[in-house]
Design a binder for this molecule. Structure first.
Ligand SMILES: O=C(O)CCC(=O)C(=O)O
Length: 258
């Protein structure tokens, strides 16, 4: 990592590398995620359905599928975890463009996957993600929550219109912030807006194939997709080597660097 990347990481809780994947790789990854979306939608018919705040979730084995909810539809919104749904998504776990920075950020010679997801924001339908931190979700399941850096892999050009990813720069330095107390089932997972400075918002208008690394304490979110273009992205989260994954309890080591 460059000194500039370290500076951005320490001061602002993120850094970005644009256009790390070429057109052919992106085409294959988009094909893979579309195949996964079809597969999980079909498998959901036999899954365990539950509703939280009017939003449909289906557990298929250890995979959770979320559907669009505004209005309720059969459109897949999130698949978590997703790496085990397709060989190309599994191979990404070992990709040195991701794992080399992850080793540096975590500070260990080897790293293991903690969690991973696919976020699909379909044109004119994809809903946004409210401001939140990941650490409060994970703090009860993990003793090293400060060592769970995320990377978003953008599969489409991202801009304000299609709901690009956003962070609050510097918010990672405040630790776990209070959640909202709005009486909803999921409200506590969203960060109280009075606890961070919205004017420090950074919108990542980046080309497809970019990598956005962000801290587990960084407040982040995104707007709905109001455009005719898709906004698909993968988010992979790593941890020091040897620990089990969040949902499945399996250990998915990343292959050592040559
Ligand atoms: O995909 C996005 O824009 C937001 C992702 C996010 O916040 C999450 O998956 O927790």
């Amino acid at each position: 990592m460059t000194p500039e990347e370290w500076h951005c990481w320490r001061e602002s809780g993120y850094f970005v590398r644009t256009q790390q994947f070429d057109g052919e790789e992106l085409a294959r990854l988009r094909e893979a995620v579309e195949a996964v979306a079809v597969g999980v939608a079909a498998a959901s018919a036999a899954g365990r359905t539950y509703w939280l705040d009017g939003k449909r979730f289906v557990d298929v084995g250890t995979t959770t599928v979320q559907f669009e909810h505004s209005p309720p539809s059969d459109t897949v919104r999130v698949v978590e975890p997703v790496h085990d749904q397709h060989p190309l998504l599994d191979a990404l776990v070992d990709d040195p463009r991701i794992t080399a920075p992850m080793r540096a950020l975590i500070g260990t010679p080897e790293v293991t996957l903690w969690s991973d997801k696919l976020n699909l924001k379909r044109p004119r339908e994809g809903t946004g993600f409210g401001w939140h931190q990941d650490a409060p979700y994970w703090v009860h399941s993990c003793d090293h929550v400060d060592k769970l850096p995320n990377v978003m892999i953008t599969l489409d050009d991202a801009h304000a219109g299609n709901g690009c990813f956003r962070v609050i720069a510097g918010s990672h330095r405040a630790g776990c912030l209070p959640g909202t107390d709005d009486g909803t089932q999921l409200g506590g997972f969203y960060t109280d807006p009075s606890a961070f400075d919205l004017s420090r918002q950074v919108a990542f208008e980046v080309p497809a194939g970019s990598l956005i690394f962000f801290d587990p304490f960084t407040v982040h979110g995104s707007e709905p997709n109001a455009s005719d273009a898709p906004r698909r992205a993968l988010v992979y989260t790593y941890q020091p080597a040897g620990f089990a994954m969040l949902k499945s309890g399996c250990v998915r080591h990343s292959r050592p660097l040559c």
